[in-house]
Design a binder for this molecule. Structure first.
Ligand code: HEC
Length: 105
């Protein structure tokens, strides 16, 4: 009986690790999905599109906190996302832009 309980725990753990929605990798999949849905329009899939004066995200030197801030509150043409996305989604997409768009890409 005890082994059963352990086996179920192990299986649940493996399942949790493989499940992208609860992955520990910093929410990359979530960040990518959020970006494609909400940000691509202005920034482009490669971050280089500069619609309405959007900056090339590959050249951005913003920290994660600054990104979270601009995504949450917006700036000029960029609309605030605080009513559109959850805090978790904002953090994930901020991390995604930081990891994905880099100079020289
Ligand atoms: C309506 C068009 C639009 C949408 C949609 C949009 N942005 Fe922006 N974004 C802008 C503009 C314009 C700027 C430049 C603002 C400024 O500094 O004047 C900007 C700036 C930024 C910056 C700062 C870059 C820098 O270093 O100055 C980041 C990071 C960013 N956007 C991320 C995002 C993310 C993530 C999303 C999706 C959640 C998003 N944006 C959606 C238009 C947009």
């Amino acid at each position: 009986m005890k082994q059963y309980v352990i086996a179920i725990f192990v299986l649940a753990f493996i399942w949790a690790c493989n499940n992208p929605s609860v992955s520990n990798s910093g929410g990359d999949d979530l960040g990518e999905a959020v970006f494609k849905k909400n940000c691509k329009l202005c920034h482009g899939i490669d971050g280089k599109q500069m619609l309405n004066g959007a900056k090339d995200l590959n050249l951005s030197t913003m920290t994660l906190e600054e990104r979270v801030n601009i995504i949450t509150n917006g700036k000029k043409v960029m609309i605030p996302f605080k009513d559109v996305l959850t805090a978790k989604e904002i953090k994930a997409v901020a991390q995604y832009t930081k990891d994905t768009f880099k100079p020289g890409k």
